[in-house]
Write a protein that binds this ligand. Structure first.
Ligand code: NDP
Length: 275
């Protein structure tokens, strides 16, 4: 537990808070305020990426918080244009400098970009960063089973995490089963589908009955499935609300009702096509 948030133990023993804070689409100058509000509310895990252009804003909030480094869990991601072994090492140095840190807790290859055919080579650079103690865990994002299998076939380092689009509209059963089989933790991006599932009648009905908001119901669904979640908000009341999901439980019927809303709803790019 960190605060009242349970942790998930990754395949190398490192523990990640099951609920963290995402900062996609938050401008750098607003990121410090948002991350400071999240840390104040009790979040200890922050998810950024080089391409978000706000690693410096995250770093300023971490420094200003005065929290001990070991209480924080910081994730950033390698952008597509920087794939390849040496370019990855350079990009990592740049991210670290912007964050003002000497290591990150989790470093992810942001997209497989299969047409570039560089992700296996890129993974070798993450192996080096892990061996050198500059990242506590190495993972990937938006990898399909075929991309994961390629890494399993060419490396002894099994990704600790695959961060993928996952929410009630896109439940990713096949991918989640592959993760379970290979000891890869499932992390859900756009866990609220950027709001697109919050008016689903199955979800609003549970919200009405439990006295929780639709977003809280959706986050609770993720947590009960075992997913790691990183909801984003720049609204202070929502930042606090999204963390307040540990005092109620969805029933088996609730979980089944939400399972039935799966509908192939992709809000982001298709990982097989995005290069
Ligand atoms: P989310 O599913 O977290 O939804 C964010 C949206 O929902 C915002 O518009 C926010 O509004 C709104 N919202 C947040 N909380 C509530 C609430 N309690 N009630 C109603 N509305 C709410 O979307 P994201 O795409 O931001 O995904 C979360 C994180 O995942 C990102 O920030 C990023 O860290 C990561 N991500 C990773 C990707 C990858 O390729 N690896 C791709 C996309 C995201 P407001 O801010 O105005 O309050």
């Amino acid at each position: 537990m960190t605060g009242n948030v349970p942790t998930v133990k990754l395949n190398n023993g490192v523990e990640i808070p099951q609920l963290g804070f995402g900062v996609f689409q938050v401008p750098d100058d607003e990121t410090t305020t948002a991350v400071s509000a999240a840390l104040e509310a009790g979040y200890r895990s922050i998810d950024t990426a080089a391409i978000y252009g706000n690693e410096a804003g995250v770093g300023r909030a971490l420094a200003a918080s005065g929290l001990p480094r070991e209480d924080l869990f910081v994730t950033t991601k390698l952008w597509n244009a920087d794939q390849g072994h040496d370019a990855t090492l350079r990009a990592f140095d740049a991210s670290l400098a912007k964050l003002g840190l000497d290591h990150v807790d989790l470093y992810l290859i942001h997209w497989p970009t299969p047409a570039r055919d560089l992700y296996a080579d890129t993974w070798k650079a993450l192996e080096k960063l892990a061996a050198d103690g500059r990242i506590r865990a190495a993972g990937v994002s938006n990898f399909q089973p075929s991309h994961l299998q390629r890494l399993l076939d060419t490396s002894d380092l099994v990704p600790a995490v695959n961060q993928v689009e996952l929410h009630p509209g896109l439940q990713q059963a096949e991918l989640r089963a592959f993760h379970t089989q290979h000891g890869i933790a499932t992390e859900a991006w756009s866990p609220l589908a950027q709001g697109a599932v919050l008016n689903d009648p199955e979800i609003t009905a549970i919200a009405d009955r439990t006295g929780k908001s639709p977003a809280q119901v959706v986050l609770r669904w993720h947590l009960q499935l075992g997913n790691i979640v990183i909801p984003k908000s720049v609204t202070p009341a929502r930042i606090r609300q999204n963390l307040d999901v540990f005092d109620f439980t969805l029933t088996d019927d609730d979980m089944a009702a939400i399972a039935a809303t799966d509908r192939g709803l992709r809000t982001g790019p298709d990982p097989d096509e995005f290069n």
